[in-house]
Design a protein around this ligand. Sequence first.
Ligand code: AGP
Length: 607
Amino acid sequence: MCGIVGYVGSKDVVTMLLNGLQKLEYRGYDSAGVAIVANGCLEVHKTKGRLSGLCSLMDGCKAPGAVGIGHTRWATHGEPSFENSHPHTNCAGDIAVVHNGIIENYMKLKKWLQDEGAVFVSETDTEVVAHLINHFYTDDLLSAVQAAVTHLEGSYALGVVSEKHPDMIVAARKDSPLVVGVGNSENMIASDIPAILEYTRDVIFLEDKEIAVLDCRSVRIFDEYGKPVNRDSYHVDWDAAQAEKGGYEHFMIKEIFEEPRVMADTFMSRYKEGMIDLSDIGIDEKLVRSIRKVGVIACGTAFHACMVGKYIIERLARIPVEAEIASEFRYRNPLIEPGQLVIIVSQSGETADTLAAMREAKKRGAKIAAIVNVVGSTISREADAVLYTHAGPEIAVASTKAYNTQLMAVYMIALELGRLSGNLPIEDYIRYVEGLKNIPQLMNTVLQTKDQLARIASRHFSQNSVFFIGRGLDYVLSMEASLKLKEISYIHSEAYAAGELKHGTIALIEDGTLVVATAMQRRLFDKTVSNIKEVKARGAKVLAVCFEGSDMPAEIADEVITLPDTDDIFAPLLAVTPMQLFAYYMTVEKGFDVDKPRNLAKSVTVE
Ligand code: AGP
């Protein structure tokens, strides 16, 4: 996520902006910049890379009593570069904008504005906003921003300054957070509380579609219809560390609760009038006609997204899929057919084994489509095409929201391959696309299981071993559930195909063994229930995960997590989050470092 700050008051605005941005560095970024209105002039200073570079650039700059906005960019549209860094301005350079979010209709607006004569200098969606405000500007900045945002689709938190209004900041938000810091003869905006905590603890949380006008004496808020809104400020009693986590105890739980938003952002970045648009990554009819199999390659959690991908691509497109662990693929003299599609999945885009596997596949003639979270990462630059997830920076080492967005991307690819192959009837395609679009909303209900998971964890955190079982998609989901528990709670666990237990592993089940059984594939429900009875008969404690309304027999499940109803095919998207919460609370009960588990790195850039 990008970081936004703004200041209006009597202090030196350069110091205020740079200090504020430093408090947001934890969010992760690839460039930074500020816009200052001082002595009747608007100046923009920005740099690719670290904030320290911007501080050096601004060394000695002072602007007491000026107004300004600042930004740290997490690239979503356009690689990290000077031109793509924020703030962005109109052609005259007298209006500057910083933005956090995704303007989904920016291409259409950009073309219209270019036809109107606007000259763009960046690849970003944000620059559209600066030209749009300029388009509507006559003599009042608030009116121009109010008019501009009515044309924006997607998510935004905006800070706007203008040379013609040297004493004010206009701020607007929709879906991306933005807070106003209320000071004494000074006021601030920020995308997150840490940036302003040093100067004030009185904040106003802007609501969706509200617009705020700040000067050094007042904060005025207007709703989407321009009607003034009276809003009391809220006194924050967090310390700085708590503020970075948005009041959550750990980054991991904060990131789990970001899943509805980031899953929606990832989906909506490709959703166009009821269809999924992957044409720019070369997944089209010509490709689908030419391939006989698909490879999906990754490491760790990302590999589990590949496993889900294998099952759903084969189910929807009837194209054989080979899911490979990158560190195995790269050394086994793999069989790749020239022109074959290989999907590489990587949050960081820097994992050494995954990068090597991609190069090996490419060398053998594969066409590489990468699912990556970090714009401008090595894998994103070397792949033939990239489908970016929009998880934002993931601070906790154990992947949660990034994995969920990888799944969204995998489902979108599977649906397109199904449609293009002709094996998925268009009416099913449309139904599934709408179902996928609705998943982020269902995730808000899924997250309500957190207290139940916390209670379950309080009873089972001393387990030495946990089994995760399921059939079909419930089995591949179990792989990620098992890894999540292992990597942060250090409790041994295994993911097992439920139908495979009787071929050996059931020997390990004894009195009190915890078995987490996912039964969300309705056509396999009875068989999974039979497997649960098998382990129950040997003394297991069973935590069952199923759709609401499933007739899970009460006598076999010690605890049932019920999830909102949807098509079976989407089970991995819903069920992984309770598993993440389970792992999280088991770890909290054990008192281990949830965000930085032992022996692990966020990105394994060495073999
Ligand atoms: C994340 O929970 C895991 N710790 C880890 O397996 C990770 O998924 C794997 O290292 C791949 O990372 P990447 O997605 O950045 O390539």
